[in-house]
Design a protein around this ligand. Structure first.
Ligand code: FAD
Ligand code: SF4
Length: 333
């Protein structure tokens, strides 16, 4: 009699992906996991993504949001952005995450988009999305059309001579400030990746955007227990009020005691080649009086290493004002 080995769905998915030598979420992978499809299908229609196979992971049991024994939160990989943003615990204890998600895309897209898919969304650089143009991220070694081209919306932090593309996610900026951890199941087992170590700077390999390896499937994301009495703000500045990506954004999680900043976590969006946590801005603020002058000092520290391109120098001051204003809102609400 023929026997069958029982394989859990996630094991099966990673085994299939690894067998095909797929890089899963990396450029040029021959197999891709399909979640909400709002990034992947878009790019397949443009011939930017051309996987030989697409593996639908929507029926995997990764659609739950659960409080963990330590008080933290476990968010399944296929939890829809809308469900996450509107979850009562997220709204109460991780408000910056709810605010960030609700300021992204549209209600329809948020209803489809998933937690893992959002972590892996691709840049909106117009040359990446146009196969007639050279782009090192899409086609390694071909050149970067943006450096001497239309780069108004691109990055000023973490760029390289090979790529200056912005990471477009709002959700990721909040997750950086909340110190999330990303949990992955791969061919060699499970592992946890600190949020700050998940996305890679472009360097000379801009096609490689994360530390994911062939066959890696994101199963869930965890958030540490909430910071008691923290004020949380996500402020997003963009060309129009809705359905638009950030030119600059700031996520702030802050505690003020006796007029001084006792604890603060800061991340920026719209300006970095990855979701941009700013330890420099945090160090400039902790222990200092919570006032406008110190917010501005923190913003100066955050943008100290900014390197503008031909069209996006305005982002330096915009990002400083964005962070200063986010800190002011956090301290006064
Ligand atoms: C018109 C438009 C406007 C938008 N505006 C914004 C905005 O303002 N702000 C913002 O932040 N975002 C915006 N987005 C992007 C949107 O948030 C992303 O497209 C979405 O979050 C991607 O999630 P998804 O589940 O649809 O991913 P998919 O398209 O299904 O997948 C994206 C990538 O992740 C991989 N993947 C998915 N799940 C897993 C997993 N579990 N393990 C490993 N790999 C996986 C896929 O293989 C693929 O490479 C916009 C999108 C559109 C189309
Ligand atoms: S900035 Fe990056 S994504 Fe845009 S064209 Fe250059 S290499 Fe491609």
């Amino acid at each position: 009699m023929k026997t069958f080995e029982f394989v859990r769905p996630a094991d099966a998915a990673t085994a299939i992906a690894a067998a095909g030598e797929a890089k899963t979420a990396q450029q040029s992978a021959d197999l891709r996991f399909l979640a909400g499809g709002t990034t992947l299908v878009d790019l397949m229609k443009l011939n930017v993504e051309t996987p030989a196979r697409v593996l639908d992971i929507n029926r995997m049991p990764f659609d739950k949001i659960e409080t963990m024994p330590d008080g933290g939160l476990k968010i399944g990989a296929t939890v829809r952005n809308s469900d996450l943003a509107n979850h009562p615990t997220v709204q109460k204890d991780y408000a910056v995450l709810s605010q960030a998600i609700l300021q992204g895309a549209s209600a329809q897209i948020r209803n489809m988009a998933t937690t893992a898919g959002n972590l892996l969304q691709r840049t909106r650089c117009v040359y990446f999305r146009d196969t007639a143009m050279t782009c090192n991220k899409r086609e390694p070694g071909s050149g970067c059309s943006a450096i001497n081209g239309f780069n108004r919306s691109l990055a000023i932090l973490g760029t390289s001579e090979h790529c200056i593309a912005t990471n477009p996610s709002d959700m990721c900026v909040a997750m950086a400030a909340l110190e999330a951890t990303i949990h992955v199941q791969g061919p060699d087992g499970v592992r946890a990746i600190l949020f700050g170590e998940f996305h890679l700077l472009p360097g000379d390999t801009p096609h490689r955007e994360t530390v994911l390896e062939p066959g890696d499937l994101i199963t869930h994301v965890t958030l540490p227990p909430p910071i008691a009495r923290s004020k949380q703000v996500y402020l997003k500045l963009r060309d129009r009020a809705s359905y638009e990506f950030a030119l600059a954004s700031a996520a702030v999680v802050m505690n003020v005691m006796g007029g001084n900043v006792s604890q603060v976590r800061i991340a920026l969006g719209g300006v970095g080649t990855k979701p941009w946590r700013s330890p420099e801005a945090e160090a400039a603020l902790v222990g200092q009086p919570a006032n406008d002058a110190n917010y501005r000092k923190a913003a100066e520290a955050a943008l100290h290493d900014a390197k503008p391109q031909s069209e996006n120098g305005f982002k330096i001051e915009l990002a400083k004002r964005c962070l200063t204003h986010a800190l002011t809102i956090a301290a006064t609400t």
